[in-house]
Ligand binder design. Structure first.
Ligand SMILES: [Zn+2]
Length: 66
């Protein structure tokens, strides 16, 4: 038996340390938060260049005339 050996293929994408089985693919919760913040940050950073898309309604107001 080799015991609980950590697979060399699994590494934390944030810091590169061997990932924790519980927190795969991250090595720690901190790194997981970092990755999460990166995703959320990118979403927030994206500017609303298209106000029509922000409205979410694909129907034009002119349709009310019908
Ligand atoms: Zn890490």
């Amino acid at each position: 038996m080799t015991g609980p050996a950590t697979p060399s293929s699994a590494r934390c994408p944030i810091c590169g340390k061997p990932s924790e089985p519980r927190l795969r693919p991250f090595c720690s919760r901190r790194c997981a938060d970092v990755d999460l913040n990166r995703w959320l940050g990118e979403v927030y950073v994206v500017p609303g260049d298209d106000p029509a898309a922000a409205a979410g309604s694909g129907l034009p107001e002119d349709d009310a005339d019908f």
